[in-house]
Design a binder for this molecule. Structure first.
Ligand code: PLP
Length: 397
């Protein structure tokens, strides 16, 4: 088997998948920090532009380090093709804008990452695309919205920050019957815990900034899908609009992804322990974690995910004031709007990531002023629990 063989198991593909060695036989993936490429002669340049020979042309179109990342991501995801982008939002934006045109219709789950919500609610309508939001957990709303023909469905599961679960197979079936492709933002599940293509998705997008880098260093994104869609629809858009990733960032992501399975596994174990710990504390009104018995969609989460993920969302009693007191008293856990890092990070969505969507939309999503999103890191779980306890104790003071 070559390192491009999808029969290798995920842990193997994460480390070796897609490697292309240069004539020097380097062990680690080479960093081709170059914007352009040279040809042997003018004939080779002509043949390259005619697509008669394969040769890198320009790093906006393709780069060997970036290709290694794309091939590795495609192998792990079980996708026919992948294109890496500069950020997760470049991935979402490219997937949507490359597929849609004026007059098209998009149905999206309401519980989207803030910028994805803005693209659907604000940007697409400017270009004459009709958009409609539904509550992702409510199949009746999906059924009603997809009774009318549509071109694209966008959803996120588990959602940010309330960890709602969308039934990927059921929504994909309805979407396909309505004529739509299904785009799944799989960031919270990571490529390891949930396989959207097996559940009917047509396109999967990632912010590689999160667990794939996982160490808070670089931005990156990826779009995965069928070869024909990627080559005919996505690639012309990326080539000509330029959301391309830097080879340096792609190289860091290639090295980060080697430890993805170890990090996600440890993060899930810590998160599950932390969720149970939080649920037992008197200062807590409610905890959301997909595989906990009190999650309203636990059965669905267990059916389509192999673990609950590295995020825990909880609501403290006492609203914004109590949430701020707790966050300000954390020492180990850092206040940040990022997630998927090896360091534990706490976010107050109502005043940061989800401030701009407005109070009315937040209320629909269940994001109250007491809600804190915790991205559980790789520290010793006893230290994380002690830090949380100290934060909660500060609420009463
Ligand atoms: C972070 C994130 C994005 C955007 O990714 P960037 O790399 O920050 O552009 C999109 N969707 C989800 C679910 C995210 O968490």
């Amino acid at each position: 088997m070559t390192t491009h063989d999808p029969r290798y198991r995920p842990a193997t593909l994460l480390v070796q998948g897609g490697v292309e060695r240069s004539q020097f036989g380097e062990t680690a993936e080479a960093l081709y920090l170059t914007s352009g490429f040279v040809y042997d002669d003018a004939e080779q340049a002509e043949a390259t532009f005619k697509n008669e020979v394969q040769h890198y042309q320009y790093s906006r179109f393709g780069n060997p380090t970036v290709s290694m990342l794309e091939n590795r991501l495609a192998l792990i995801e079980g996708a026919e093709a992948c294109r890496a982008t500069a950020t997760g939002m470049a991935a979402v934006h490219s997937a949507l804008l490359s597929h849609l045109k004026c007059g098209d219709r998009v149905v999206a789950s309401r519980a989207l990452f803030g910028s994805c919500h803005w693209i659907v609610s604000t940007l697409l309508p400017r270009y004459g695309v009709k958009t409609e939001f539904v509550d992702g957990a409510d199949m009746d709303q999906w059924r009603a919205a997809l009774a009318t023909p549509a071109n694209l469905v966008l959803l996120e599961s588990p959602s940010n920050p309330m960890l709602d679960i969308v039934d990927l197979q059921a929504v994909s079936d309805l979407a396909h019957a309505a004529g739509a492709i299904v785009v799944v933002d799989n960031v919270f599940a990571t490529p390891l815990l949930q396989k959207p293509f097996k559940l009917g998705a047509d396109v999967v997008v990632y912010s590689c900034t999160k667990h794939i880098d996982g160490q808070g260093r670089v931005l990156g994104g990826a779009v995965l899908g069928r070869k024909k869609w990627v080559e005919d629809t996505l690639v012309p858009f990326i080539r000509n609009t330029g959301p391309s990733i830097s080879p340096f960032n792609a190289w860091l992501l290639l090295k980060g992804i080697e430890t993805l399975a170890l990090r996600v596994d440890a993060g899930c174990r810590n998160a599950s322990t932390v969720a149970d710990f939080l649920a037992a504390q008197p200062e807590i009104a409610r905890v959301w974690y997909p595989t906990r018995a009190d999650h309203p969609q636990r059965d669905l989460a267990m059916a389509q995910m192999s673990a609950g993920g590295t995020l825990v969302t909880f609501e403290v009693k006492g609203g914004k004031q109590a949430a701020f007191k707790a966050m300000n008293a954390f020492r180990l856990i850092k206040v940040s709007n990022n997630l998927g890092d090896s360091k534990s990070l706490a976010t107050h969505p109502a005043t940061t990531t989800h401030m701009r969507i407005g109070a009315e939309e937040r209320a629909k999503l269940g994001i109250t002023d007491g809600v804190i999103r915790l991205s559980v890191g790789l520290e010793d779980v006893e230290d994380i629990k002690e830090d949380l306890a100290a934060g909660l104790a500060a609420i009463g003071r």
